[in-house]
Design a protein around this ligand. Structure first.
Ligand SMILES: Nc1ncnc2c1ncn2[C@@H]1O[C@H](COP(=O)(O)OP(=O)(O)OP(=O)(O)O)[C@@H](O)[C@H]1O
Ligand SMILES: [Mg+2]
Length: 253
């Protein structure tokens, strides 16, 4: 079992879109057994997978002593399970003083024979839930846009990742790579990306995710589908399939 966290301090950089589509593509196209953990009290990943429910058992219960297995729900899709989230999950961050951020990975190790991949969708703040995901991860995907503030923010994210790698107890090597998302191909964006690659400060996935309005229509209330189910032949769908292959070649069997 490999654990992949999708995290960035920055909001709105396609963390959820990436987590949902990577999880789905691993399950549906690659035949892997996948658990998606929604670790964001916004519950966007749960919503897209039709598992947002104000009464859902979330990770909150894990810290109240429940076993992780009791929080897992089936999704509509083969090979894809989910630990849902809703707004009450935020309470974990508020009560985190006495909680152990190693607990999530410790519990995941207990179910390592049930899943090939665990994908964790993180919230855009560096609080307890996100730190727990970084402590649990074998690979952290850091989505970012080719815009100035987004690129500046990567340095802060790197500090958090290095700190997590030193302090965590139950996971081994912590790899991370940045994923360029919402790429519009315009000269200004392209130059920023070329600069970033040339500076060689961060590991960046070869795959780049194109900008497409299809991402937004896929999460529409009446649609709510992974891209492969929504628009199988579109460019951005192909980008996520390529990312899935790249992830497998980085940390797969
Ligand atoms: N490749 C893309 N092209 C165009 N729009 C996109 C793309 N990826 C995501 N979006 C849209 O951008 C918005 C933010 O995406 P998403 O919710 O995945 O970001 P996030 O990082 O999870 O946000 P948050 O920080 O709030 O959790 C959504 O409306 C989504 O549909
Ligand atoms: Mg999100």
């Amino acid at each position: 079992m490999k654990v992949i966290a999708v995290s960035n301090y920055k909001g709105g950089c396609a963390k959820t879109t990436t987590a949902v589509n990577l999880a789905y593509d691993l399950a549906a196209e690659e035949g892997k057994r996948v658990l998606l953990i929604d670790a964001d009290p916004q519950g966007n990943a749960s919503y897209v997978l039709w598992r947002y429910n104000p009464n859902a058992s979330t990770l909150y219960k894990l810290y109240g002593g429940k076993a992780l297995t009791s929080l897992i729900r089936r999704s509509k899709y083969r090979n894809l399970d989910i630990v849902p989230s809703m707004s009450g999950l935020e309470q974990v961050n508020k009560e985190s003083g006495t909680l152990d951020p190693n607990e999530l990975r410790r519990q995941l190790n207990n179910i390592a024979d049930r899943y090939d991949y665990v994908v964790i969708d993180c919230q855009p703040t560096m609080q307890f839930l996100t730190i727990s995901a970084l402590y649990a991860a074998d690979l952290v995907i850091v989505p970012f846009k080719a815009a100035g503030f987004n690129i500046n923010g990567l340095e802060l994210m790197q500090d958090y990742l290095e700190d997590a790698a030193l302090k965590r107890e139950y996971a081994e090597d912590l790899n991370y790579a940045c994923l360029l998302t919402m790429f519009n191909g315009r000269a200004k964006s392209l130059n920023r990306v070329i600069d970033l690659i040339e500076q060689d400060t961060y590991t960046i996935f070869d795959t780049m995710i194109s900008f497409s309005t299809i991402c937004e229509s896929a999460e529409d209330k009446k649609v709510r589908k992974p891209l492969l189910k929504h628009r199988r032949k579109s460019r951005v769908t192909a980008d996520y399939l390529e990312l899935t292959k790249e992830v497998l070649s980085e940390i797969g069997e």
